[in-house]
Design a protein around this ligand. Structure first.
Ligand SMILES: *[C@@H]1O[C@H](CO)[C@@H](O)[C@H](O)[C@H]1NC(C)=O
Ligand SMILES: *[C@@H]1O[C@H](CO)[C@@H](O)[C@H](O)[C@H]1NC(C)=O
Length: 194
């Protein structure tokens, strides 16, 4: 967002040195870490203090707070907003907003931020999101591998005992048809003999 990217000149010393969670009061907090299963979903709860009820809340990706990419943000209301696989909903009575990430992929693992937009520099809290690899990758699928190798060996047998003789038969038939042209008495006349 424009307001967040342009670090205003009136930022305090603390803001410059510890951007995002500079203010001592922890205006916005969330879990330090959160994990979810590959292909599953995870929900992060971010809490904030009462001053920020009607401010835009957002979910931002990237370890560098000043440079993170906003994936989804509220409109400043309690209306849920969904974009791609990420949704956000603000509960202004309970001073909390929920971010849900769905259809998780391994490369979703990253630092994300619970963010609140404000004039000057925004408030943010970093959440280290990790993805638990799906079970299908951890346990080798032996039955289907066996089925695959059975299939390929069956195919190999068909290839050897059916298709190879068939191809040889076709090849000899072609050679047979070709044969008369190679007879010595029937040479073609040289081309273009004016
Ligand atoms: C946010 O608030 C809820 C309810 O008060 C609480 O259960 C949760 O632990 C809080 N989360 C954080 C990160 O403070
Ligand atoms: C907000 O908190 C109240 C109780 O304090 C609870 O009944 C309600 O379910 C909460 N709202 C949400 C969306 O969790």
């Amino acid at each position: 967002s424009v307001t967040r990217a342009g670090q205003a000149a009136d930022d305090s010393y603390m803001d410059l040195c510890f951007p995002g969670y500079s203010t001592a009061q922890n205006e916005v907090t969330g879990p330090k870490t959160k994990s979810g299963p590959e292909l599953g979903s995870l929900t992060v709860q971010c809490n904030y203090t009462s001053g920020w009820k009607t401010h835009r809340k957002y979910w931002c990706r990237g370890a560098d707070w000043r440079d993170c990419k906003i994936l989804v943000s509220t409109t400043g209301s309690e209306q849920e907003v969904k974009r791609d696989r990420v949704s956000i909903r603000d509960d202004q009575e309970n001073l909390t907003f929920m971010v849900t990430m769905e259809d998780l992929r391994r490369d979703d693992a990253d630092i994300y931020w619970c963010g609140i937009e404000r004039v000057g520099s925004d408030h943010g809290f970093p959440v280290d999101v990790s993805i638990d690899p799906g079970k299908s990758e951890l346990i080798p699928e032996r039955p289907s591998q066996r089925a695959a190798s059975l299939f390929s060996s069956t195919y190999f047998l068909i290839l050897v005992f059916l298709e190879v003789p068939l191809l040889l038969g076709m090849l000899s038939a072609i050679l047979w048809v070709d044969r008369p042209q190679r007879c010595p008495g029937r040479r073609r006349s040289p081309p273009d003999e004016n």
